[in-house]
Write a new protein. Structure first.
Length: 53
């Protein structure tokens, strides 16, 4: 999963900082594993995509 963030200063939406984070799910042995459908559906409740600029 890749999370992209930006912080803008109002009122003119001046870009202050951009960041990108890569996250992985690990099993009990700390090995990469697929994201479970349940986790993904819950994660989508908190994510938003705003391409309005």
């Amino acid at each position: 999963m890749i999370f992209e963030h930006c912080i803008e200063k109002l009122p003119n939406h001046e870009l202050i900082v951009e960041a990108k984070a890569t996250a992985v799910c690990l099993n009990k042995d700390y090995r990469p594993t697929r994201v479970s459908p349940e986790f993904l559906s819950r994660l989508q409740l908190f994510s938003s995509v705003d391409n309005s600029g």
